[in-house]
Design a protein around this ligand. Structure first.
Ligand code: PLP
Length: 385
């Protein structure tokens, strides 16, 4: 199997598996219990918190565990809504993940004013439009750090400066940058930041929200006093311990992974460009996550390429999201102005820690074969594009 869908999820690192397995048998305690196994479970949670905090330059007390990246995004937006009742304006970018986009739509239904700031053809946010949109009534600006489909990295520190000048809080969804590029909450200057365990070789169903000390934030899950009152519900101790281990090994692994994966992604990109006619690479040429390749194969349907590759055990994803019965073009590809027929021909290949040179060799042999075959079947005319 060649797994090129690491932006969707990553395999567990063996060291995470070992840590979780040991914890599963060693401690079943409820971290809220006051006797030893409860206290030990709480200690393990706090160690995990320390590891996650350290991997992003935060203090341990600024990390809150949640059930997913999606929940962290919801918590950030809805938490500000309730904690800052005198401000009713929110700003997001046009390429946010649905976890932010749909929550913003919900805020609008709750009577807030939501401004969506556009991006250019490379996926970079329009900073002038942002400057014009922020007002003293803006409660929160939420712009993702890097986009999951095209990999474009936003100038978050600058965005934070613009928002803070008008007294707005700033959230960034860093699910796709945590573990891929250096991430430091001080350098970014944000107030809230979302990460997710299963994108950094940890288990699924665990996320974290960084909340800068002093940031007003109300809970949106009500119940017990877990996570210092911000997120009720008995903690997913096994998952959190796994997330902690994934974060603990992150700095050392990134040192090895980054140069190697950048070289592999570069080989893949160049190889595709050399072997396949009429393609278009999407995203910013420089400010991007190098391991995210969004490529349009003009004249083809992305699903056909995906399924062709899947029959040869190469796993990628399409750049379009399917709604129940109608096939919809991805809002990200639409936002960067890609023509619908190009958007429909777009696949995303995302590399990760366990990819090898052999994976690239296999993909560079099979992908051109499949594209050529599909274009032959569809009597494709290159002059049309
Ligand atoms: N935000 C971004 C940018 C993502 O890519 C994802 C997952 O694909 C999420 C949020 C959601 O994270 P989770 O799967 O942990 O809910």
């Amino acid at each position: 199997m060649v797994y090129f869908d690491n932006n969707a999820t990553t395999p567990l690192d063996p060291s995470v598996v070992a840590r979780m397995a040991a914890f599963m048998t060693e401690n079943f305690g409820n971290p809220s219990s006051l006797y030893p196994i409860g206290r030990q479970a709480k200690e393990r949670l706090n160690e995990a918190r320390e590891h996650v905090a350290r991997a992003m330059g935060a203090a341990k007390g600024e990390i809150y565990f949640t059930g997913s990246g999606t929940e962290s995004d919801n918590q950030a937006l809805l938490g500000v809504l309730d904690a800052v009742p005198d401000k009713r304006e929110f700003i997001v970018s046009s390429i946010e993940h649905p976890a932010v986009q749909e929550t913003a739509a919900y805020l609008e239904r709750r009577g807030c004013r939501v401004t969506t700031v556009p991006v250019d053809g490379t996926g970079m946010i329009d900073l002038d439009a942002l400057r014009n949109a922020v007002t003293p009534q803006t409660a929160l600006v939420s712009v993702m750090h890097a986009n999951n489909e095209i990999g474009t990295i936003q100038p978050i520190a600058l965005i934070a400066e613009i928002a803070h000048e008008k007294g707005a809080l700033v959230h960034t969804d860093a699910v796709q940058t945590f573990g891929k590029i250096d991430l430091d909450v001080e350098e970014l200057g944000i107030d809230l930041l979302t990460v997710s365990s299963h994108k950094i070789y940890g288990p699924k169903g665990v996320g974290a929200l960084y909340v800068r000390k002093g940031t007003p934030l109300a809970p949106f899950v009500h119940g017990g006093h877990q996570e210092r009152g911000l997120r009720a519900g008995t903690e997913n101790t096994i998952g959190i311990v796994g997330f902690g281990e994934a974060a603990r090994i992150l700095p050392a692994r990134m040192k090895d992974d980054r140069p190697r994966l950048e070289r592999l992604a570069d080989r893949l990109r160049r190889g595709i460009e050399e072997r396949i006619l009429k393609i278009k690479l999407n995203g910013h040429p420089a400010n991007r996550i190098p391991t995210t390749l969004s490529c349009s194969f003009l004249g083809l349907e992305a699903e056909a390429i995906l399924l062709g590759l899947a029959t040869r055990e190469i796993y990628v994803s399409t750049g379009s999201a399917c709604s129940e019965d109608a096939e919809e073009v991805s809002h990200v590809l639409k936002a960067i102005g890609l023509r619908p027929e190009f958007a429909r021909s777009t696949i995303r290949m995302s590399l990760g820690r366990f990819n090898t040179d052999e994976d690239i060799d296999i993909a560079l042999e099979i992908l051109p074969e499949i594209v050529a075959k599909l274009r032959r079947i569809s009597a494709w005319d290159p002059d049309e594009f």
